[in-house]
Design a binder for this molecule. Structure first.
Ligand SMILES: Nc1ncnc2c1ncn2[C@@H]1O[C@H](COP(=O)(O)OP(=O)(O)OP(=O)(O)O)[C@@H](O)[C@H]1O
Length: 240
């Protein structure tokens, strides 16, 4: 049996009192790479927030990395977050400390002890993303693409089952976006499921794979890019 790391059925997702998504059915298997698309305001971020415990799943059933979303309490969220790596459009690195200190900060917050062990794991994830030599640089000394790779390294620290990426290439040029995509696809190839929200159709065309569209409060799975009609979704090549 293939292991499902995300398994939601008949869910409803609210932001405050506003019903954003209903009839939410979503399955992701170990090591799968899936694009999440939809117009601005359609609910992509709300869906991702639900998966990492920031918004509530009302109704239906849902599990993420073995956690039951319907029974998830505030106190469980830090444990869920250890199974999920999150990558944002704006990198969200702490600018007043080095790359390694950024990684150590997350490790301390997720229960790691011992400076040596933390620095060793820090170097491991930096070498995985090919930036070991930047460990003691400040974030502002790095390019946007390098900063995003560091944020991916940070997401990998606790060997997550899932990476949730909310428009990770939104601030990057096309070549750098492609490098970030290659990295995320390679991570999926190692067994970590990746769900990536994006407006960048050219990346989907280049890389292919399963595409999920959020539309009119529902989730629709497009099996191949051939099913994709950019004119019906309001998505454009790039929305900057
Ligand atoms: N904290 C909030 N309180 C109330 N409504 C919210 C909140 N956050 C989002 N919404 C509403 O929920 C809907 C979905 O927003 P969401 O941010 O999930 O969309 P999105 O698809 O991620 O958009 P974008 O592509 O612009 O990031 C929108 O109508 C938005 O106004």
């Amino acid at each position: 049996m293939v292991e499902k790391v995300i398994d939601i059925h008949n869910g409803k997702i609210y932001q405050q009192d506003h019903l954003v998504l209903f009839d939410v059915d979503l399955e992701l298997k170990k090591g799968e790479f899936v694009f999440l698309i939809g117009k601005t305001g359609s609910g992509k971020s709300s869906l991702l927030k639900t998966l990492y415990g920031e918004a509530t799943l009302a109704d239906g059933t849902g599990s993420v990395a073995g956690f039951d979303l319907r029974k998830l309490k505030r106190k469980h969220v830090p444990f869920l977050r250890r199974k999920i790596g999150i990558v944002f459009q704006d990198f969200q690195l702490l600018m007043d400390r080095t790359v390694m200190e950024n990684l150590v900060f997350v490790m301390r917050a997720t229960g790691w002890k011992g400076k040596k062990a933390m620095e060793q794991r820090g170097m491991e994830v930096l070498n995985l993303i090919g930036l070991g030599e930047k460990a003691y640089r400040m974030p502002h000394e790095l390019s946007g693409g390098e900063q995003q790779r560091i944020s991916i390294a940070r997401a990998l620290i606790n060997k997550p089952e899932i990476i949730l990426a909310d428009e990770p290439t939104g601030n990057l040029d096309p070549d750098t976006s492609k490098e970030i995509m290659q990295l995320l696809v390679a991570i999926a190839g190692e067994g970590t499921a990746v769900l990536m929200a994006t407006h960048d159709l050219s990346l989907m065309e280049q890389f292919g794979g399963r595409v999920i569209r959020v539309e009119e409060g529902k989730i629709k799975t497009l099996t191949t890019m051939k099913d994709f009609d950019p004119f019906s979704s309001g998505d454009s090549k790039r929305e900057e």
